[in-house]
Design a protein around this ligand. Sequence first.
Ligand code: ADP
Length: 258
Amino acid sequence: VVLIGNVISILIAIVVGWFLAKRALVPIQVSWEKQQQFIADASHELRTPLTAILVNLERLFRHPDRTIEQESEKIMIGMQEAKRLSHLVSDLLTLARSDSNELQIMKKRFNVNEVVQTCTQVFSQMAIAKEVRLETEIEESLDMMGDEERIHQMMVILLDNALKYTNPGGSIFVSCKREGQRVAIMVKDTGIGIPKDEIPLVFDRFYRVDKMRSKSTEGTGLGLSIAKWIVEVHQGKIQVSSEEGIGTSFLVTLPMKV
Ligand code: ADP
C-alpha cells in the first residue's frame, strides 16, 4: 500500500512537473529543434522507469495471496525505479528552468573549500566501500560569491561520476586552490576514461558514453549538463581531459567575486 501510495504521488509529481517543465520551456532562447529533441529524449527516459513500475505493480496485483517477503524483489525494483523517476524529474525541471532563466542563483559570500571538503567527506565512505582511494588537497579560507547549494550540487555530480566510473583499486584526487582571483577545483580519477571523440559530447543533455557500457551504472546523462550550467551561471569554466583506460579529470575555475 505504501509502495502504491508512493507511486501515485510520484506519478502526480511527474504530471505536475512535466506541465511546469513544458511551461518553462516556452520562453527559451534555444532552437525549436533542440526543444523537440529535449522533449523526445525526456519522454523516452521517463517511460523506462515508469514501465518498470507498472509491470511490477501489475505482477503484485496478480498474486494478492503472497506476502511482502515473497514479493520483496518486485517491491524493491518498484521503489528503485520510483527513486530514479523522481531524480530524473528534478533534473529535468532544473534544466528547463535554467533554459528559461527562471532559476535564480543566490549571491552570497561562502567558504568554497568547506563545501568541497564536506562533499568529499560524504563520498569518502562510499569510496572505502568500493575500495577506491580518495585523496584531497584543499586550501583553507577560500571565499567566493555565489550559490553555495549549487556549487555543492556540482561537486556531488563530479564526485558521483568519478566514483561510478572508477573500478575498485583505482583512486580519485580532489583539489581546491586559489589561482589569482579564481578558485580552481579539480576532480581527477583513474577510472575507465572517455573515448577521445566522445569527450566534447559529455556535456550534452542525455549523452551517455556508449549506452551498453553505461547500462551497468546508474545515471540519466543529465548530470554534466547541470554541472556546466551551474559553472557558467557563476561565470566560470569547466574543462575535461580524459584518456580511455587511464582516467578522467574535470577542472572547474570560478571567479571569487561574481
Ligand atoms: P550520467 O548520469 O550518465 O553519469 P553525466 O551527464 O553526469 O551522466 O555524464 C555523461 C556521461 O559522461 C556519462 O554517462 C559517462 O559516460 C561520461 N562520464 C562522466 N564522467 C565520467 C568520468 N569521471 N569517467 C568516465 N566517464 C565519465
